[in-house]
Design a protein. Structure first.
Length: 533
């Protein structure tokens, strides 16, 4: 009778354990503010516990990082029961309803189970509704949250189409941060962007009575592509903060590591269209400079032209001659230089005009001009380089029917300087062969990337071949940012895309050549170090 009683108790324990160990989906808390974390727990039992990963469908939530996994084994009355628990962290994205699930499970033995969806309510975060750092700090302290946040600072809230608008995202810290990272940045699809992030240095300042540390996380100059009310989304950061639980001399060595997240408030910019009028080549406070024309050894006449100032010069068209030129004109260059110092954006773009005169004699270079719109005064202005004259020469030509003149042959002395020069040229040609091969390789690779591809496809192909961080402050980073700016603009505007194929190819070649040159320099440096050792 005792044996039967024990068997009944064991069966009851087993049934209770199996009921407890059933598949389950739980979410805590069910109500969260924007940017707060919720914990999603998935418990699997029996053959379902053999799963190595669970793909959880979510709405208005973003799962952060990898899940924590724990496994349990229970031995009850000779029966082994297995259990596995997955715990995920998800961040609330926007005010409104959110949902986790439903979750469809499939076991190794083809058993299926469906876990019902769980609703979550996301509330607006009062502290994320302002870009005033003092207001945000007061809201965080009042709600008992860590004083770690990010705000956006914009130079102007009203601008013309194409007018530069500087935006800086600042990270404020008044806690003991162990580590932090930017998890999302606004995509800015309605702007042509120019990244200006440098190696920033934190600074200290007071917000009210609180000492804070401030760091510029991202600096960017934006150029609106069209008129209307344009919005820039917020930037989201995540940080690990050490929370002190008590005071005293040993408080620095004790505490609890807590995760916090914050999303800055969006920024609205009212963009006005350009006043009706003639075509505009560029927008901004710009100046045009032309050097005196130069001709060497009967070659082309070279005129160097520089456009500089605060404006989006990457999209600017080269200046035009006001009247026809007595010869053939080719335009080279178009390189852009960007000043990344603090203050307003300064850019410069240089072109080289090659003019091949039709004949010799006094040659006129007609005036060069372009139309720009100056936002400060709200009017158009013509930039102009005056005409110039020079005595042009061409290489002398021999009449077609004339026979070459001959002179009596005399013994010629050995011309050692000429022989030495020929040897030097031969050595230079041999040394230039590898460089020529690299140049041809870069051109072939660039053609393969650009040929018949849309801007998005070009971006994907470049990312497959070039592994460079867009925030890298180097020649490689500068070349990548220049290419991505043009690709973004071409993707948004068909007119820009139709006329930028050649420029995109040039920037792809510049990026590939820069990456290969830096890699070669690093390899040669390692080789020299090895030989020295």
């Amino acid at each position: 009778m005792v044996t039967a009683f024990r068997a009944g108790v064991a069966a009851l324990q087993l049934s209770v354990a199996l009921a407890v160990l059933g598949n389950d989906l739980a979410v805590e808390p069910r109500t969260a503010q924007v940017s707060e974390f919720v914990t999603i727990t998935v418990s699997l039992e029996g053959t379902f516990a053999a799963a190595g990963f669970v793909d959880i469908p979510v709405q208005n939530l973003r799962i952060v990082g990898e899940p924590s996994v724990s496994s349990e084994f229970a031995w009850i009355n000779g029966t082994v029961t297995r259990r596995k628990v997955f715990r995920y962290r998800a961040r609330a994205l926007a005010p409104g309803p959110a949902r986790v699930g439903p979750l469809i499970l499939t076991a190794e033995d083809d058993q299926k189970d469906t876990l019902n969806a769980i609703a979550v309510q996301v509330l607006p975060d009062r502290s994320s509704g302002s870009n005033d750092p003092l207001v945000v700090l007061r809201e965080l302290l009042a709600s008992g949250r860590a004083p770690v946040f990010v705000v956006a600072e914009v130079t102007k809230n009203t601008a013309y189409v194409g007018e530069p608008v500087d935006v800086t995202w600042w990270l404020y810290n008044g806690a003991s941060i162990q580590q932090w990272q930017v998890v999302s940045v606004p995509k800015l699809p309605e702007f042509w962007s120019e990244e200006r992030t440098r190696n920033e240095t934190p600074e200290r300042l007071y917000l009210g009575d609180s000492m804070m540390q401030r760091l510029a996380v991202r600096r960017v100059t934006l150029f609106p592509l069209h008129s209307g009310a344009l919005r820039m989304g917020g930037m989201t950061i995540e940080a690990s903060v050490m929370a002190r639980r008590r005071g005293g001399p040993f408080a620095l060595f004790e505490g609890e590591l807590m995760e916090t997240t914050f999303t800055s408030a969006p920024i609205d910019v009212n963009v006005e269209p350009l006043p009706a009028g003639a075509r505009v080549d560029a927008v901004g406070d710009l100046s045009l400079t032309c050097n005196m024309p130069v001709q060497k050894n009967g070659g082309p006449v070279v005129v160097n032209v520089t456009l500089a100032g605060a404006g989006n010069l990457r999209a600017a068209a080269p200046p035009r001659f006001e009247k026809a030129v007595a010869g053939t004109v080719e335009i080279e260059g178009g390189e852009v230089t960007v000043s990344r110092d603090e203050g307003p954006l300064e850019m410069s773009r240089r072109w080289r005009y090659l003019v091949f005169p039709e004949g010799e004699g006094l040659f006129e270079i007609p005036p060069l001009s372009m139309s720009v719109f100056v936002p400060a005064i709200g009017q158009r202005r013509e930039l102009r380089c005056e005409a110039s004259l020079l005595d042009a020469r061409t290489a002398p030509r021999r009449p077609s029917g004339a026979a070459p003149r001959t002179t009596p042959s005399l013994p010629q002395p050995v011309r050692w300087p000429w022989i030495a020069g020929a040897l030097a040229l031969a050595l230079a040609a041999i040394a230039a062969v590898p460089r020529l091969r690299r140049e041809l390789s870069v051109r072939r690779e660039a053609r393969a990337i650009v040929k018949g591809a849309l801007p998005a496809e070009i971006r994907a192909r470049v990312e497959e071949r070039v592994h460079v961080d867009v925030r890298e402050m180097s020649e490689r980073g500068e070349a990548l940012r220049a290419l991505r700016s043009l690709l973004d603009a071409a993707e948004r505007d068909r007119d820009i895309a139709a006329g930028s194929e050649r420029e995109i190819g040039r920037r792809v070649r510049e990026l590939l050549a820069t990456v290969k040159r830096v890699a070669a320099d690093q390899a040669s440096g390692r080789s020299r170090t090895t030989r020295t050792r």
